[in-house]
Ligand binder design. Structure first.
Ligand code: KG4
Ligand code: ZN
Length: 338
């Protein structure tokens, strides 16, 4: 059991990914990003499924080659069972089941949101594993949650968004500013040169550990429209300040919620995960919180923030150790819970 090689496969949204893990260390981590969705300003599920089908074999081949192992050395296949887009999940699920059958090795089903959190247990120089219990804030294009983690697979959602996910708030604001999809990383890029206090956006009031983001895009829209009436070049002349102000509002809001969660639970060890944890604003705010509030914080290595298969592989390894395998009639689950 010590020398296991596990292949992780991720296909929940618009990235087809495969990775190989060996004793906690990632040997390869391959992602094929689907450029097709850019021209539609968002992920088109039907096109995503087709692209997964096209990409999955080449991506797995590449992951095995980069890991320098043969498929016959694999001990198990771990795959994302959900949550995510059904058509996308079906491709990864069916492929994984077939490959496991062909190689006559166990199949392990993985919850994508748990994987974003458990990515912190991948062994690298840049990451230290959190100690239980810890709080995890998962921030992505599909989810915004604060989770109390008492053990690898003992997780409780203690706060979440009542409408949009935080990644959507970034992407929709970016769209209003005329930036291409997904706009989150671009808002981050412009924000680095702007003044975060230049403009003020309201922070919606909901439960102390819950989130609401649908109002933000509306206030960004009204604000931009109003300014454009005075000056048609308002966006291009102020792009850095606008992005910095939007990012500041979002990050401040996320930190407010985390502070409330720390206060409520008494847990001062905090981790983030999901695509938005790549954001420089939240990364800096979290680092500052170590000095300011005495928290111990965990920020994932960049490549383990956005959707990837390394996080699926580490969950696969954890479950492999306790022999938690999927039944061979397992099905994808678009709304899979913890
Ligand atoms: O986890 P992820 O790759 O996919 C989902 O499961 O949703 O997250 C994607 C989201 C997108 O909304 C993207 O704009 C956002 O993460 N994102 C960022 C940054 N990098 C990715 N948002 C803000 N700043 C970034 N640097
Ligand atoms: Zn994700």
């Amino acid at each position: 059991q010590k020398n296991c090689y596990i292949l992780g496969i991720e296909s929940s949204c618009d990235d087809t990914a495969a990775a190989v893990i060996h004793n906690g260390e990632i040997l390869s981590n391959v992602v094929a990003t689907q450029a097709i969705h850019e021209q539609y300003g968002g992920v088109v599920p039907e096109l995503a499924s087709r692209a997964h089908q096209q990409n999955i074999v080449p991506v797995v081949h590449q992951a095995l080659r980069k890991a320098n192992i043969d498929k016959n050395q694999l001990s198990a296949i771990a795959f994302t069972r959900g949550p995510g887009l059904m058509g996308s999940l079906l491709v990864g699920t069916s492929f994984s089941k077939s490959l496991a059958l062909g190689l006559d090795i166990p199949l392990i089903d993985v919850n994508h949101m748990q994987a974003h959190i458990l990515a912190h247990f991948i062994k690298t120089q840049e990451q230290t594993a959190p100690n239980f219990p810890f709080l995890a804030m998962t921030i992505s294009g599909g989810h915004t949650q604060i989770v109390k983690v008492t053990d690898y697979f003992e997780m409780e959602i203690i706060g979440q968004t009542i409408d949009d996910a935080v990644g959507e708030a970034f992407d929709k604001s970016a769209k209003i500013l005329g930036l291409p999809y997904p706009g989150g990383p671009l808002v981050d890029k412009y924000a680095q040169e702007g003044n975060p206090k230049a403009f003020k956006f309201p922070k919606p009031k909901v439960g102390p550990m819950d989130f609401s983001f649908s109002g933000l895009k509306t206030s960004v829209l009204y604000f931009v429209e109003k300014e454009m009436n005075q000056n048609p070049d308002f966006i291009s002349e102020n792009i850095a300040d606008i992005c910095a102000s939007i990012q500041f509002t979002i990050v401040d809001y996320l930190m407010d919620k985390l502070k409330n969660a720390v206060k409520k639970t008494g847990i001062k060890e905090v981790a983030i995960g999901g695509g938005v944890s790549a954001n420089s604003g939240i990364r800096n705010a979290l680092k500052e919180a170590e000095k300011k509030y005495g928290w111990k914080t965990h920020i994932p290595k960049f490549e383990f923030c956005t959707d990837n298969a390394a996080m699926i592989a580490i969950v696969g390894e954890l479950k492999y150790k306790s022999q938690e395998f999927a039944e061979n009639n397992v099905v994808a689950s678009a709304r899979m819970k913890f």
